[in-house]
Design a protein around this ligand. Structure first.
Ligand SMILES: [Zn+2]
Length: 279
């Protein structure tokens, strides 16, 4: 007989990027909020997607400490540095093992390779020096006090080789960047058939019928209603695909998307995607 599972989310607030050029709507460039999820049993816990900067990692360390839980694993859903650069530090502090799929580990190496040109340029001196210490996750998933946490590979979503963590016992999916919640979606890697692949990844999450979804980037004032987050993430991509066809430059595309999705956080993320897709 095992006790019930629960989950909790730490949202790291947006931080400024080292970019002087403003977003066309007048916003300063910033990074979207980050969701760090803890799935907890009675004593042990699994952390999903540790944050990026040293300051965020220290805050999450305090949060884990205050929970009193024994961290056994840190699972990384995909290779983008904002979901794992702090992993090694937390793994050492809490004596936990970092795991990810083989595909994600490959993408982690790719992100480490571009840290100087991309990540350190955006956040100079703020990202910890780190190696990729993740090991390939067991194929059937993670055992948390007798409950199975399933790792589901969904392929390309907002980057290549992405995965989600399904916790059937509490109807939860920790979705990384496959599902967004009230935040502009990262379209920089959505060229070619990227949007179609992402829509397929959303279908794979929907097939799990999760009541709750933690999106990797969420507006913390919103709930984790799974059906709503799935629908809104899909709607955003379908609109983006149409508006990419209808507009021949990044600014018109950006303005058209912003008119459709005025309340999502961080239009700068949309602008970053727009400039890349029209480059
Ligand atoms: Zn992300």
């Amino acid at each position: 007989m095992t006790g019930a599972l629960s989950y909790d989310v730490f949202v790291a607030d947006p931080i400024p990027q080292n970019v002087t050029e403003l977003v066309p709507n007048g916003d300063k460039r910033e990074f979207s909020p980050l969701s760090i999820t803890m799935v907890a049993g009675e004593r042990d816990a699994v952390l999903v997607d540790p944050p990026m900067t040293m300051a965020q990692t220290a805050d999450v360390g305090e949060w884990i400490d205050a929970s009193g839980m024994n961290l056994t694993h840190i699972f990384v859903t995909h290779g983008h540095g904002d979901h794992w650069f702090g992993a090694a530090e937390l793994a050492e502090r809490f004596d936990a093992k970092v795991i990810a799929t083989a595909g994600t580990i490959e993408q982690m190496h790719r992100n480490l390779g571009m840290r100087e040109l991309f990540w350190d340029a955006l956040f100079p001196g703020q990202i910890p020096i780190t190696d990729v210490i993740a090991e390939v996750a067991p194929h059937d998933g993670i055992d948390l006090e007798g409950h199975l946490l399933k790792i589901i590979e969904v392929g390309h979503s907002d980057t290549d080789d992405t995965s989600v963590l399904h916790v059937p016992d509490i109807d939860l999916v920790v979705a990384g960047d496959v599902i967004y919640n009230g935040v502009h979606q990262f379209l920089r890697e959505s060229h070619g058939d990227g949007i179609d692949s992402w829509l397929g990844a959303i279908d794979a999450v929907e097939a799990l019928r999760p009541r709750f979804i933690v999106a990797g980037h969420k507006d913390k004032s919103l709930n984790d209603d799974g059906a709503r987050a799935i629908e809104e993430t899909r709607e955003y991509l379908i609109a983006a695909a149409r508006l990419l066809r209808e507009n021949d430059n990044a600014l018109d595309f950006f303005n058209a998307m912003l008119a459709l999705f005025p309340s999502r956080l961080n239009p700068g993320a949309l602008w970053g995607g727009a400039t890349a897709l029209y480059a």
